[in-house]
Design a protein around this ligand. Sequence first.
Ligand code: SF4
Length: 317
Amino acid sequence: MHIEFIERKAAVLARPTLKCLSEVATINPTTGCSHQCAYCYARGYSIYPGDGRVCIYKNMAEKLKKELSRRRKLPKYVFFSSSCDALQPIPQVINLSYELMSILLAHDIGINLLTKGRIPAKFLDLFQKYKQLVHIQIGITSLDRNVQRIIEPYASSPSERIRNIERLCAIGIVPEVKLDPLIPGITDTNLNLQALFSILQKYGINDMGINYLFLRPYIKKNLYTALRKTSFLKEILEHYQKSKSISLLAEKSRVHALDVSYRRNSYRNIADLASTYGINAYVCGCKNPDITEEPLCGINWGKHFENIPEQRKLFVM
Ligand code: SF4
């Protein structure tokens, strides 16, 4: 992996394009992401530095402090990270993410972290100290190491992600789980989901967001490259033969999505299956606007934080 340090010229706190995040700010400590997930939509962004390259914003912590001191109104919380993973396994990224989170938390600003990386011990200490300001989402769609290696080659293993959940629960933070993106015929099978749900149930996970893979030309190309020697590719492409072009609830975002009735039925089946494990599974509304036009995360986060009024006030719009 080639690491480069660059200057951040634009504001550190950016406005997200997804409707469900439109009221908050996002922060991306890098362009590029060492996890190199085959389905990653950020690999098609104009600022993407290319595979095998991660650019770290060297001036971001200082810039964030200045930005916060100038703001009349501070954001309620900040989302890490919409186009990279704040915990990708590069020490300089980990250190920068830690610094950025520490600054925000010290300003009483909440953080929402979505990660497929391993959470280092010092972050757990930080999260424990600021428990009421932290919302963690763990991305995981399978316990199968072989499947994960193919679709998310440099992200943490399923067992490391389960270990994240275990360690978070041990400090009193029950994370939410994101099954995003589910890949039809591969990670949406009953066998795969039952194995995953039974482990999640063990740790008392009660909420998960679900969403199917959508395709754009470059996602298709990356998937083709990652899966060309496997039987998965044929299976995936067959599922997307009847795909439809839809607009996400995000700026300028047209994608090819699975047929709406396939998604609707499958989401219902997954939610029914999850409920037998005591887990509430909800569909990402912004990415499935032909099923629901409502971003449902707010409603579901409301339930997630039902008994924690401080977090409810912070993370539920
Ligand atoms: S972790 Fe997220 S940002 Fe990084 S490659 Fe995977 S999908 Fe893209």
